[in-house]
Write a protein that binds this ligand. Structure first.
Ligand code: ADP
Ligand code: MG
Length: 289
């Protein structure tokens, strides 16, 4: 039988926009010593915007944006949507591409005519042996996400994108700290972007450049070091990590896979709801013992 206080708590949680799928998750939440947040779409709005374009000699900004938008036109990634919107806003004609493919944590590839276009981050540059454009250093210092556009393996340009930090994230971090809980960020994004968000929010530990298949292993490492971990995420990428964590918390607007892997689901995208789960766990299980 389900103890009455628990079912009442579950109802109260539902009214506060917190759906308890697994009662054990609610119970474990009061013992959590570290909350691990995915960055993109969780601490930030997950709606990046292109704010800068640069081209190498012999190429133009419009051409770089056109090729990038063509290669990204088949991708659902927020970075892809930002690039396609930027081309549309600037009324740039986007050529038709074919043969799309994507590599998680790296980028996308497609063909435009007989040219092979790649768009991606640091892992793409590393694999292609391409040096970042000089222009991108200043963007990097501002905490931008930098993507390079390659034609047949040679850089033709770069794009700088920024994602806004959610206003509620700062309070969420402060309130967790006030309860003695460590706050950690995990992201597939580059170190510079992660550090800039972490500094803004006062986050204790940053795990950047983590490939999707490595996120769950990172959670296990934190647990092996003695932490009881709640993981908060939204993406398909986050699902194994949500399952590995002592408490998996999915952002309601997240993907179905993330929701299926979590014990707790937040109706809103407000990271402060995580604090509500901590409070609710204490309130519920204090009464029971
Ligand atoms: P996060 O863990 O922050 O949600 P992702 O795993 O979705 O991040 O992406 C990590 C990195 O992979 C991005 O910062 C980017 O460098 C690269 N990447 C992923 N998808 C794309 C794409 N469609 N176009 C270009 N780069 C991409
Ligand atoms: Mg994400």
């Amino acid at each position: 039988a389900i103890p009455l206080v628990v079912s009442i708590a579950t109802e109260r949680a539902a009214r506060a926009g917190v759906l308890i799928k697994d009662r054990l998750a609610l119970e474990s939440m009061r013992t959590v010593t570290a909350v691990l947040f995915d960055k993109t779409g969780t601490l930030t709005k997950g709606e990046p915007v292109v704010f800068a374009v640069a081209a190498t000699e012999g190429h133009t900004d419009s051409e770089v944006l056109a090729l990038a938008a063509a290669a990204e036109s088949d991708s659902e990634h927020p970075l892809a949507r930002a690039i396609v919107s930027a081309a549309r806003e600037r009324r740039i004609a986007v050529p038709v591409a074919s043969g799309f493919s994507s590599t998680p944590a790296e980028g996308v590839m497609a063909e435009v005519g007989d040219r092979q276009i790649s768009v991606g981050g640091p892992y793409l540059l590393e694999r292609s042996g391409v040096e970042p454009l000089a222009d991108s250093a200043a963007w990097r210092a501002q905490g931008a996400t930098i993507l390079h556009v390659l034609v047949d393996g040679e850089a033709v340009g770069a794009l700088g994108l920024v994602d806004q930090i959610r206003e509620e994230s700062r309070d969420a971090v402060d309130e967790l700290h006030a309860r003695g809980i460590e706050v950690i960020m995990i992201t597939g994004d580059a170190q510079n972007v992660a550090d800039s968000v972490a500094k803004e929010l006062g986050i204790d530990l940053v795990l950047a450049g983590v490939r999707p298949q490595d996120k769950a292993a990172k959670v296990a490492e934190l647990q092996a070091e003695g932490r009881t971990v709640a993981m908060v995420g939204d993406g398909v990428n986050d699902a194994p990590a949500l399952a590995q964590a002592d408490v998996g918390i999915a952002i309601g607007a997240g993907t179905d896979v993330a929701i299926a892997s979590a014990g707790v689901i937040l109706a809103s995208s407000d990271p402060r709801a995580v604090v509500s789960v901590v409070l609710l766990s204490h309130a519920t299980y204090r009464k029971m013992k």
